[in-house]
Every structure is written in C-alpha cells, then in structure tokens.
Design a protein around this ligand. Structure first.
Ligand SMILES: Cc1cc2nc3c(=O)[nH]c(=O)nc-3n(C[C@H](O)[C@H](O)[C@H](O)COP(=O)(O)OP(=O)(O)OC[C@H]3O[C@@H](n4cnc5c(N)ncnc54)[C@H](O)[C@@H]3O)c2cc1C
Length: 396
C-alpha cells in the first residue's frame, strides 16, 4: 500500500548553517527540485555564532538572518518552522512530524546540529539554567539579565569566555567555573590561555579553574548557590556551557549508524540509501564533529552536491576558530595540546604567532591580535606553507 503524505524530492531536517548551505547547493545544482527545510525553531534561520557575541548590546529576532524572508520564496525553498521531526522510517522514505503528519522524501539530509551537555549535578537535581544555543533562548536570557546583578558560567570553552566578556560589558558580576586547569585549552597552548585568563580577571571576572561543583541549590527569586571546594558561589543567573553532543535523537531505532555522531562517508552519506547527514550531528572518520561553523557549512555543501548526483568529497580540511574578547583577537587552527610538534614562535610587539610545522609545512597555528590577516593564516595552514614562506608573506 502506498504511504500518504506530502512529497518533496529533498527534505532537510534542521535549518542551521549545514541545512541551509545544503538547500542553497541543491537549488544551485537543480533549478526545479522541490526542497523542504524543517526547523524546530521559530522564525527564519540565523547566524548562530552571533547570538553570544551580542549580549551586552542586545539584539532582536530580525537580526543575524542568514537570508531575508523573501529569499526562501524567491529560491522556492519551503521552510517549515516550529516543526519537530519525530521519526524517520527509511524503508518507506518517510518522516513523521510531531503535529503535521507524514512527509515523503526522495533524498533526506539530517542536519540536526548538537545539543548542550547538561552536567549530571544539574540534570539530577532538575536545576533550571541557560544554555545559549538558540536565538529565542538567548533573547530570554537577555531579559533575565536586565533584572540581574550576577551570573555564574559553568564551562571553560569559547562560548564560556565570550558570554563572560559580554556579561562583564553589560555591567554584571561574573563568576566562571571550570573543571579544566585552563580556559580554551582545546584551542590554545597554556601560555595563550593564561593570557586570556589574566585579561578576564583584570576585567573583573572571578575565575575558578580546576574546580568541581559538589552541590547546587536554586530558589526562585533568590538565585543559585553553587558549593565548590572551600566556598559557596551565589549568583542570580546560571549559564551552562559545558560542551555539545551531536543531536542524534531523530535517528534512534532507524538502523542509521551512530558513533560519536551520525556516521557518514566522504560524500556525507549515511549507511542508509538516500539519507545523508551534515554539520554538528555528523561524524566523518574517527573524529567527533568539529562543532565549528565553517565545518558545518562545508559539510552542508558537500552533502547538497552529492544529493543532487554531483560529486564532492569531505577532505581532511581543517577549520579555524576565532574569538574576540575586549577588543583583542585570538585565532587557532588545527592546534591540539596532545600533538607533539613543537611550536615556532614569531612574536613582535602585540602580535604573537606560534606555528606548528611538519615536514610537509604548516600544520597548525595559534595567533593573537592580527585580525586583518586572519585569512592569510588560514591559507598558510590549508596550503601547508613552509616557515620561510610564512615569514615572507606574513611578516611581523
Ligand atoms: C552561541 C554559539 C556561538 C558559537 N560561536 C562559534 C564561533 O564563534 N565559531 C565557530 O566556528 N563556531 C561557533 N559555534 C558553533 C557553530 O555555531 C556550530 O558548529 C554550527 O552552527 C553548527 O551548525 P549545524 O547546522 O550543524 O547545526 P545547528 O546550527 O545546531 O542547527 C541544527 C538545527 O536543527 C534543529 N533540529 C534538531 N533536531 C530537529 C528535529 N528533530 N526536527 C526539526 N529541527 C531539528 C535544531 O533545533 C537547530 O535549529 C557557536 C555555537 C553557539 C551555540
């Protein structure tokens, strides 16, 4: 018996950058295709990376859009927002939505992104906290922040320090708590991290590193008390930025292979025919998803091309991370504290570069305060420049 439900040649679950880039690519490759993008968020797709960088000055729902509303109409890409895909039935090429029935697809892309890690102590005690992953959640946080004097941020990553900076700029008392011994240690060597830590402390943040939380209590209207070794930290608001986990709920019980994310090959195909995955939800080779904007965008593009019968391949391309704090610029590409390559320092005045050079050339770099030439650093790593070429083309 034939399944009922609307039919689209291409259905994309998730309207983040991976999903939208895939939709753009499909349209560019196939002018007539019927494309539907399904998003559980309200409104039009936006640049997620902007939301935590504009807390101090605020923003509205209309800011940071990836495309104006007309673009969807002009491109004939149907956007179904505030719609949750609950189930995928691969052998019937069918997806089931929470309230709006069944949709049939020709090819399906899962671009469901990532969910925040919720610390066990918060989960087990059902403590309310902000996670700052979506625009609407961040707008709610902005409203709460206006009425608050103090914020505690749990986590030591990029989002943690960006939110700390913004809350300080908004005039709030900020406490940052992390189990790790340094901030941003996924992206920077210790001395660079210390530079960031010193700056945050000088700007007024109370940094608590290498510290765990033994208890949390919350009372509505009174705020939070976090018990740590030796002290109790009180604040009006609590933000958790403890990392992400690929959002794979939608593929449960489908037979689609999951590792650290939804497993894909170099064409972004899953193990199920005509089902692709891209972005923060997807895993290629052994690495967990990068959790970076440009990586998700690249995967979306590769998926879109392969879905339309063209050929594109995920490569061992690396992606950069940039972070701006109090007017200073921090940049990292393909750095890992676990790698044994010794860095070559090139420092002058305020600019610092540390290059990680292998026999084939530049394999990674960390840098501070050279924003105008950031793209050249990226190129140097992507093209594995020699140290001589680096000195010549990025002189200090
Ligand atoms: C606040 C913040 C700041 C960041 N800053 C940076 C930065 O400076 N630089 C950088 O490189 N990266 C940054 N990142 C990471 C970057 O934004 C992500 O890597 C990127 O957005 C991932 O894109 P994506 O399309 O894979 O997933 P997402 O953007 O997460 O989009 C997935 C979408 O799918 C929806 N969805 C999930 N399940 C379903 C379902 N069942 N039905 C319908 N919809 C569903 C989700 O709600 C979401 O809207 C930041 C992330 C955040 C949250």
């Amino acid at each position: 018996m034939e399944e009922t439900g609307t039919y689209h040649e291409y259905i994309i679950i998730g309207a983040g950058i991976a999903g939208i880039k895939a939709a753009e690519t499909i349209r560019a490759c196939d002018a007539d295709a019927c494309i539907q993008v399904i998003s559980d968020e309200p409104g039009f797709p936006y640049k997620r990376t902007d939301i935590d960088k504009h807390i101090a000055n605020g923003f509205t729902n209309e800011d940071f859009l990836l495309h104006p509303a007309e673009w969807f109409k002009d491109s004939r890409i149907e956007l179904l927002s505030e719609a949750v895909v609950e189930q995928i039935i691969p052998d019937k090429k069918l997806i089931i939505l929470q309230h709006s029935g069944k949709h049939r697809y020709g090819k399906l892309l899962i671009a469901s992104g990532a969910a925040p890690v919720v610390p066990e102590i918060i989960k087990s005690q059902n403590i309310p906290a902000y996670y700052i992953r979506t625009k609407s959640e961040t707008l709610n946080f902005l409203e709460a922040l206006k009425k608050s004097k103090s914020v505690t941020i749990i986590g030591g990553g990029v989002q943690s320090v960006e939110i700390a900076e913004q809350c300080i700029l908004a005039g709030k008392k900020v406490t940052l708590l992390s189990r790790s011994s340094n901030l941003l240690q996924k992206y920077f060597p210790e001395d660079y991290s210390i530079d960031i830590e010193r700056m945050l402390s000088e700007k007024g943040a109370d940094l608590n590193l290498s510290i765990g939380i033994s208890d949390i209590s919350y009372r509505k209207g009174e705020g939070y008390d976090l018990k740590t070794t030796g002290k109790i930290i009180h604040s009006d608001l609590l933000v958790c930025t403890c990392g992400i986990i690929p959002n794979t709920v939608v593929v449960n019980n489908t037979g689609i292979q999951i590792g650290k994310g939804i497993m894909v090959n170099s064409s972004c195909e899953t193990n199920m025919r005509d089902i692709f995955a891209a972005g923060d939800c997807a895993q290629y080779e052994t690495n967990p998803p990068a959790g970076l904007w440009h990586s998700a965008e690249f995967m979306g593009k590769v998926a879109g091309q392969n879905m339309t019968g063209n050929t594109a391949s995920l490569s061992s391309k690396t992606f950069r991370l940039k972070c701006e704090l109090f007017g200073r610029f921090f940049f990292s590409q393909n750095y890992s504290r676990n790698k044994s390559i010794t860095g070559t320092d090139i420092n002058k005045q305020s600019i610092k570069q540390r290059w990680f050079i292998t026999e084939s050339g530049a394999a990674g770099v960390v840098m501070t305060d050279d924003k105008p030439r950031a793209k050249v650093y990226e190129k140097a790593v992507n093209e594995a420049w020699s140290i001589e070429r680096i000195r010549k083309e990025i002189p200090l």
